[in-house]
Design a protein around this ligand. Structure first.
Ligand code: GGG
Length: 388
């Protein structure tokens, strides 16, 4: 029996529904880990009801550490996370994050104090946000019923409009005359690494195409630098089709021609907005997964649902856990457990196809019911052989 690998995961549910959906995702991950310990005879046929196979992955487990950071922590300590928090997180294999934002803390303070503090200091420069259309989930796009739709938004996650550069100035101007400057930062290196990431990702997909999104007619410096880098990098990927689209046109394309999309790469703000649009078109923000990656693995990467803390429904047990569970699947991929990741994704699909859905996607089930259904589906599923 191969030795069990133990992955050390930092859990930061943070605010609102983040607490509910991270609890759900952790249950699912622990079941997948438990199943990995049940060996299947090599070559044994597996089918519904058969025990999950080991595959070349071998047995694994998760060692969870909870961090109580977020807006409640802020109320007690005046900061969103422990001042030594980055050092505390540094040694983990991954971070599983919920959502940030609550009414007791201004949004820019909570976001910069926790989520952006981690993504920026751990150089998690690639934010991968798949847009997946799940069976049994109604899309507001009528064509979703007849055309296969599946694309991924790659968000530059370290600079751009969220570089945090700027300031406010009132001195000498008097009340009513304050000015504020918010500078977007585009570096050639920052553009190149995210654009190359997008091309490399496109090469792993059925449709090898990258759509680059800027606003270079109006933003003649940063966007034009991005466009120039995109054209240069594209020459290294002659097998990948390309297009450059203005962000306003791309938002229309998401609605009108989404079947033309495979990988969409954009700056921090544009991709933040477009990925929310994509999630809504797939049926709900509650479904969308995301990975904040430090591809060099110098720091832990962070996995979180795209949605925020949803104060309007927090604490009612009705939040959609699918985005968090799908983010857990992205984490499994990152940890080198792709067969387990595919099993989690298949379990999600089995549950949505069976009509077990939360209210945001037209169902009546609660968070726990959907989570239990995903776990049941996992327990019933066979394990696809790992392509090592
Ligand atoms: N789980 C994602 C989350 O908490 N999002 C809150 C938010 O406002 N994020 C802004 C961003 O993604 O930059």
């Amino acid at each position: 029996m191969p030795e069990q690998r133990v992955y050390r995961i930092a859990s930061i549910p943070a605010d609102g529904v983040g607490k509910e959906v991270i609890a759900a995702g952790r249950q699912v991950l622990d079941v997948v880990a438990e199943q990995s310990a049940v060996a299947e005879e090599p070559g044994a046929a597996s089918g519904p009801g058969s025990p999950p196979g080991l595959g070349p992955q071998g047995p694994f487990a998760f060692d969870w550490t909870d961090f109580p950071w977020g807006s409640e922590y802020y109320a007690e300590h005046g900061v969103m996370m422990d001042p030594d928090g980055l050092n505390l997180l540094r040694g983990f294999d991954a971070i599983y994050f919920g959502a940030v934002g609550w009414e007791n803390v201004p949004d820019h303070v909570s976001l910069w104090g926790l989520r952006l503090n981690i993504t920026q200091n751990f150089d998690q420069w690639a934010n991968v946000r798949p847009v997946r259309f799940l069976p049994g989930i109604e899309s507001p796009l009528r064509k979703a019923d007849r055309v296969p739709l599946d694309w991924v938004v790659v968000r530059e996650n370290s600079e751009g409009e969220y570089a945090g550069l700027g300031g406010r100035n009132l001195s000498g101007r008097g009340p009513g005359n304050e000015v504020a400057v918010q500078t977007a930062l585009f570096t050639e290196k920052g553009c190149e690494r995210i654009i190359r990431f997008a091309f490399d990702l496109a090469r792993t997909r059925a449709v090898r195409k990258v759509s680059s999104v800027t606003k270079s007619n109006a933003q003649q410096y940063g966007s034009v630098l991005w466009d120039d880098v995109f054209k240069r990098v594209a020459r290294d990927y002659p097998d990948v089709r390309t297009e450059s689209v203005l962000v306003d046109a791309m938002s229309a394309k998401f609605v009108l021609r989404p079947e033309d999309l495979s990988v969409v790469v954009a700056s921090n703000l544009f991709a933040d907005i477009l990925s929310d649009l994509g999630s809504a078109l797939a049926g709900s923000l509650g479904l969308a997964a995301s990975a904040n990656l430090n591809p060099e693995r110098r720091f832990p990467s962070m996995f979180e649902p795209v949605h925020g803390s949803a104060p309007d429904i927090a604490g009612q047990g009705i939040s959609n856990p699918v985005g968090a569970i799908a983010s857990a699947a992205l984490m499994l991929d990152h940890l080198g457990l792709p067969a387990a990741a595919r099993r989690v994704e298949a379990a999600i699909e089995a549950v949505t196809a069976a009509g077990i859905r939360t209210r945001d996607v037209g169902g009546t089930a609660g968070t726990e019911e959907v989570t239990a259904a995903v776990i049941d589906a996992l327990k019933l599923s066979s394990v696809p052989p790992e392509s090592a």
